[in-house]
Design a protein around this ligand. Structure first.
Ligand SMILES: *[C@@H]1O[C@H](CO)[C@@H](O)[C@H](O)[C@H]1NC(C)=O
Ligand SMILES: *[C@@H]1O[C@H](CO)[C@@H](O)[C@H](O)[C@H]1NC(C)=O
Ligand SMILES: *[C@@H]1O[C@H](CO)[C@@H](O)[C@H](O)[C@H]1NC(C)=O
Ligand SMILES: *[C@@H]1O[C@H](CO)[C@@H](O)[C@H](O)[C@H]1NC(C)=O
Ligand SMILES: *[C@@H]1O[C@H](CO)[C@@H](O)[C@H](O)[C@H]1NC(C)=O
Ligand SMILES: *[C@@H]1O[C@H](CO)[C@@H](O)[C@H](O)[C@H]1NC(C)=O
Length: 937
């Protein structure tokens, strides 16, 4: 549901921005570009002070500022007055969307003729200077989307002409200053997406010119003041995403100019005021989802709100019918009533006249259907050529699935009828829905065969048909589904073989358990390492890898093996034979159970794990400091335990510090990377949480499997102590880790359709699992190459860590695969020398790379890591064995040197580095094998 709800929120924002833009355009001044006859000295000083505090100006927007041959009034973004006392003075400063960073100078307060200040969509930090209150003529203050902190200065109330205050999307704290109550001309007050606290002041109801009021996504508490109902001009009221409680005041029904009302994601309770929607005939957007509202939905709502576009009331406690009057709201695009207690039949007219309807999510209610007539809503929804999502899951819909389901819009990408007791067959018509990505029909009584036409749905990534009564064979055509990652068909009566064509699908989870499948298990399918397969409860299956524990298939090869076994049996004594048979039997039993449990667990966790803020808080004992296992600029990592399907699971939770500029982008980068990238040497993400914490603030976290062996940095530098003995990685393990990391990078760089650049490879980002297999993590900076690269502010300008970032990154070059190779080379040198690239002993000029290079090829034994040296001295120093070790380390360091060449084009590719290291492992195999066996004792 999380995914589905993001969409309306986004469209709401887009909508608000459009409103704002239009509004601003209407109020904008015409003074831009005016030619000044003389220069106002104090204005110019203030502008130069502004420029002096700008720390980054990537597009050179301020290049003209201060050039004596260009008059001030011609400087970029500056507009001067033409007439009267304003003549030659700065009246507008427009510098939006320029990626400027720095702080805002208090000297702007000296621009006393300024009427508009627009610095939106930049990276300004620091406080909003109280001196802005000196600008008596100021009408428009636009600072949306920066990183401003501190409080809203009460002095703004001195700017009595203010029409617009837009400070949304910053890091502002504190309350809404009561002084602002005197700004009677204010039309726009936009403070959303900050950290504002306190209650919504009731004096806002006195700002009678207010047209746009946005306080969404702050930490505001208390009730919605009744007085807001006085704002007769108000067209947008957005209070979503706070911690507001109490009822919706009926006075809001007086806001007859309202087009958008957002109250979602709060703790509002009680019924909708009965007459609330009688006057709001302009309302287009109603967002009241995620509250505790109850009572019934007003029967006339669709008649009273003829312009309604979005009707979002999910996750409340509404009961009664879904009003059929909604069918009269002909502009309706979305009806979302998920997780309420609505009952009765689904209105037959739904969609009949609503060609724009695109989202119908009404799952999780008590809607009923018993006969064909009750299902006629499906036929009427076929008129909606824009329908993209339909969810009627978890209701009481019985009866026969109508064939018309195949005539729904071809734009449909999400279709769920799960958890009803629907019977009937899935007809071939389903193959018309060519944009379907998720087809979700489990827990019904569907019968008949799985239609072969499903093979036409080439965007399908999830097909869930488990717990039905489907029979017949598995269509071979499913192998055409090049996006299919989850195929869950358990507990049906599907028969015949498992088609080997399924190995063409990029499957991650395949659950075929408890069916009547038979025949051999296709080898191609079972050799996909990242695939979790569940096949228990199919008595006719045979063959395959031994871990499956299936009986062998009656083929020629097994006959041969039989003969061999017979020969063996005949030569051993009777007693020994009995023992042997028992031993084999026991082994087989154990491995079968183990595999079963393993497969089951991985399917369950993949499929069902989904978390909320509360669950994560619970899992980490409220993010307790004793569970903190790491912290960095983008956030903190906690260890936790979570129950999922009756199993305790140890997890690592990375909580993003959203105050850090770029943290959200970093979250997105990491989610995207880990969603698309899967490899045994990459950390595995279990789930994500994008939510709101108990204080109403945005909360984003990534949940990983917990890797018990910490990170490579700890192993190389901190010499982990276990049972009083320092533990260190031996030569073999170090080489294996080097190969693991190289192969993960090789995978990322070869990623199709676009290579992925990690950008921040270093030992602390390489984790070790319980068998010391390396897993590369922390994709907070990762990029898909060719995606638009390089803003110069904040997050994007960070290109890795000091010592590991390639030298060309310092020169502002674009990120590249060669940049990752550089970091890898340094990591390799560090692993085998035990020295950090930032070690003081090197000094500025030298560096780790030079240090190693000088020792190559002859004096490597003097620079190698202490532990590796001890390993050699343990044996006889000058034996051939020690020489072999040194020669092995020398070859590895040489790879590290080739990877960290100064010039990007001189570096070897990661694929070649991988091959070299594998060759080294091959060449020194004997030596390393002996080590492996000795270290295991
Ligand atoms: C702003 O005005 C004040 C008072 O007139 C003056 O002291 C200050 O130097 C001015 N600042 C700039 C940068 O012009
Ligand atoms: C000042 O502007 C003039 C005219 O655009 C330009 O030719 C000159 O190079 C600029 N001077 C500096 C120092 O940027
Ligand atoms: C609706 O919610 C209010 C406030 O939580 C509660 O007092 C009332 O009993 C609820 N009504 C129904 C019918 O559940
Ligand atoms: C579906 O049928 C099963 C078994 O007859 C019953 O236990 C279950 O409650 C039914 N579910 C719905 C949603 O009607
Ligand atoms: C779909 O699969 C079938 C059977 O595997 C095959 O014959 C057919 O060519 C495939 N169609 C496409 C479009 O790939
Ligand atoms: C600001 O950064 C964005 C994102 O990198 C970029 O698309 C845009 O072109 C930049 N704008 C300017 C004026 O540099």
């Amino acid at each position: 549901m999380v995914v589905l709800l993001i969409k309306p929120l986004l469209s709401m924002l887009a909508f608000f921005h459009i409103c704002l833009a239009t509004f601003v355009a209407q109020t904008s001044l015409a003074a831009h570009g005016a030619i000044a006859p003389h220069i106002a000295d104090s204005d110019q000083l203030a502008l130069m002070s502004f420029k002096s505090l700008v720390t980054s100006d990537p597009s050179g927007a301020l290049a003209s500022w201060g050039n004596m041959s260009i008059p001030m009034c011609w400087w970029r973004g500056v507009a001067c007055g033409l007439r009267g006392h304003r003549r030659g003075h700065v009246v507008a400063l427009d510098l939006p969307e320029l990626n400027l960073t720095g702080t805002i100078t208090p000297a702007l307060g000296n621009l006393t003729f300024l009427r508009r200040l627009n610095l939106s969509s930049n990276g300004f930090q620091g406080i909003l200077p109280p001196e802005l209150g000196n600008i008596h003529d100021l009408e428009t203050l636009q600072l949306t989307y920066n990183s401003l902190s501190g409080q809203i200065p009460p002095s703004l109330s001195n700017c009595s002409h203010l029409i617009e205050i837009s400070l949304g999307d910053n890091n502002l704290h504190g309350g809404v200053p009561s002084e602002l109550g005197s700004l009677r001309n204010l039309q726009v007050l936009s403070l959303g997406k900050n950290w504002l606290t306190g209650t919504i002041p009731s004096w806002l109801g006195n700002l009678s010119s207010l047209v746009f009021l946005d306080l969404q996504q702050n930490g505001l508490v208390g009730q919605i003041p009744e007085s807001l109902g006085n704002l007769e001009m108000l067209t947008i009221l957005s209070l979503s995403g706070n911690n507001l409680s109490g009822p919706i005041p009926s006075s809001l029904g007086n806001l007859y100019a309202l087009t958008g009302l957002g109250l979602a994601n709060n703790k509002l309770e009680g019924p909708l005021p009965p007459l609330m929607f009688n006057n709001l005939s302009s309302l287009e957007f109603l967002y009241i989802e995620y509250n505790n509202l109850n009572g019934t939905l007003p029967p006339n709502i669709g008649n009273n709100l003829p312009k309604l576009n979005y009707f979002l009331v999910s996750d409340n406690e509404f009961h009664g019918m879904l009003p059929s009057s909604l069918c009269n709201a002909s502009m309706l695009q979305a009806i979302q009533t998920l997780e309420n207690f609505l009952s009765g039949t689904i209105p037959e007219c739904l969609g009949a006249k609503q060609t724009s309807l695109s989202s119908v999510l009404i799952g999780g209610n008590q809607f009923e259907a018993t006969n064909d007539a009750d299902w006629s809503f499906v036929a009427s929804l076929t008129n909606c050529s824009n329908l993209v999502e339909l969810d009627v899951s978890s209701n009481n819909l019985h009866g026969v699935l109508p064939n018309s389901i195949g005539n729904l819009s071809t734009l449909l990408y999400y279709l769920s009828i799960a958890k009803n007791n629907i019977t009937g067959t899935i007809t071939e018509g389903i193959g018309n829905l060519v944009n379907l990505q998720t087809l979700d029909m489990p827990h019904n009584f569907l019968i008949g065969a799985i239609p072969a036409s499903l093979g036409n749905l080439n965007k399908l990534s999830e097909l869930f048909l488990y717990n039905n009564a489907l029979s017949g064979p598995l269509p071979v055509t499913l192998g055409n589904l090049t996006q299919l990652t989850r195929l869950l068909l358990s507990t049906n009566a599907i028969s015949g073989p498992i088609p080997s064509s399924l190995s063409h699908c990029p499957l991650e989870v395949l659950d075929l358990s408890h069916n009547n499948l038979s025949g051999p298990t296709p080898k191609e399918l079972f050799s996909i390492p990242t695939l979790s397969i569940l096949i228990t409860g199919n008595d006719g299956l045979c063959g395959g890898i031994p871990q499956l524990g299936l009986p062998p298939c009656p083929t020629q090869t097994t006959k041969k093996r039989h003969r061999k076994l017979v020969i063996t049996v005949s030569v051993c004594s009777a007693l020994a034979c009995v023992t042997l048979v028992f031993a084999l039997f026991a082994l087989r039993q154990r491995s079968r159970q183990k595999t079963k449990a393993h497969l089951q667990r991985s399917v369950l966790s993949e499929q069902y794990m989904r978390v909320s803020y509360a669950e994560l808080a619970n899992a980490t004992s409220g993010f307790a400091s004793e569970n903190l296992i790491g912290a960095g600029s983008f956030g903190s990592v906690y260890k936790g335990t979570m129950r999922s399907n009756d199993q305790q699971r140890v997890i690592a939770v990375k909580v993003l510090n959203l105050m850090q500029r770029g943290a959200s982008q970093s979250f997105v980068a990491e989610c995207e990377t880990l969603r698309y990238a899967r490899h045994r040497n990459l950390v595995k993400i279990l789930t994500i949480c994008s939510s709101i914490d108990f204080k109403g603030h945005d909360f984003k976290a990534l949940v990983y499997e917990f890797l018990p062996n910490g990170n490579l940095d700890q192993w190389v530098h901190k010499h982990i102590i276990e049972d009083g003995e320092p533990k260190a990685l031996d030569l073999t393990t170090r080489l294996n880790v080097g190969i693991d990391v190289a192969s993960s990078l090789d995978y990322l760089h070869q990623h199709k359709p676009t290579p992925i650049i990690h950008q921040d490879l270093k030992p602390s980002n390489v984790l070790l699992d319980s068998s010391l297999v390396a897993r590369v993590g922390d994709f907070g900076l990762a990029r898909f190459l060719h995606q638009d690269i390089g803003t110069s502010s904040g997050w994007a300008s960070m290109r890795g860590s000091i010592g590991y970032a390639a030298p060309e990154y310092g020169l502002g070059n674009e990120v590249s695969t060669q940049g990752d190779v550089y970091g890898y080379g340094i990591l390799l040198l560090e692993m085998f020398t035990g020295k950090r690239p930032t070690d003081n002993e090197f000094g500025e000029a030298m560096g780790l790379r030079k240090y190693v290079q000088m020792a190559l090829p002859d004096t490597v034994s003097t620079i190698m890591d202490q532990q590796l040296r001890m390993e050699i001295e343990d044996g006889e120093p000058d034996t051939s064995n020690s020489k072999l070790r040194i020669s092995c380390i020398t070859s590895i360091l040489q790879v590290g040197i080739s990877c960290s060449e100064e010039m990007p084009m001189d570096r070897m590719s990661i694929g070649d580095a991988l091959k070299e290291l594998q060759a080294i492992r091959e060449k020194f195999q004997k030596l390393l094998c002996s080590e492996a066996s000795s270290s295991s004792h």
